[in-house]
Design a protein. Structure first.
Length: 121
């Protein structure tokens, strides 16, 4: 048996499908450019946490309002695209991991710059 759980495989499919649906079918100017960063699916496949990244300057409250309003539509479209007995309940959350990684990379760059300046002196 593979260590790659069914929930992981389904989560990956849901991620791809939601990204496609948001890019091609959800037409709301408040949404802007939204990136589906990750989907975390419960082992029973009933709950999906969808982590999204927002484009700069977007009002996150408005974006998440649009996503919440589109949840029923997205679940209905997922039901047509995926062979699941039940489509999981979707919960949209902001992606904080990307921000954390960007911050860490910035700190590493500063340390490297400081080390270069010290050696160059």
């Amino acid at each position: 048996m593979s260590a790659y759980k069914r929930a992981d495989r389904v989560a990956h499919r849901i991620k791809l499908e939601i990204a496609d649906l948001l890019a091609k079918e959800v037409r709301d100017p408040r949404l802007g450019f939204v990136t589906v960063v990750d989907v975390s699916l419960s082992d029973d496949l009933q709950q999906a946490r969808v982590f999204v990244g927002l484009s700069e300057g977007r009002d996150s409250k408005a974006v998440f309002s649009v996503l919440k309003a589109a949840t029923g539509y997205l679940r209905e479209r997922l039901a047509r695209r995926l062979a699941l007995r039940r489509v999981p309940v979707l919960t949209f959350l902001p992606d904080t991991e990307t921000d954390r990684v960007a911050h860490l990379l910035e700190l590493i760059e500063r340390v490297n710059d400081d080390a270069t300046n010290v050696r160059g002196s």
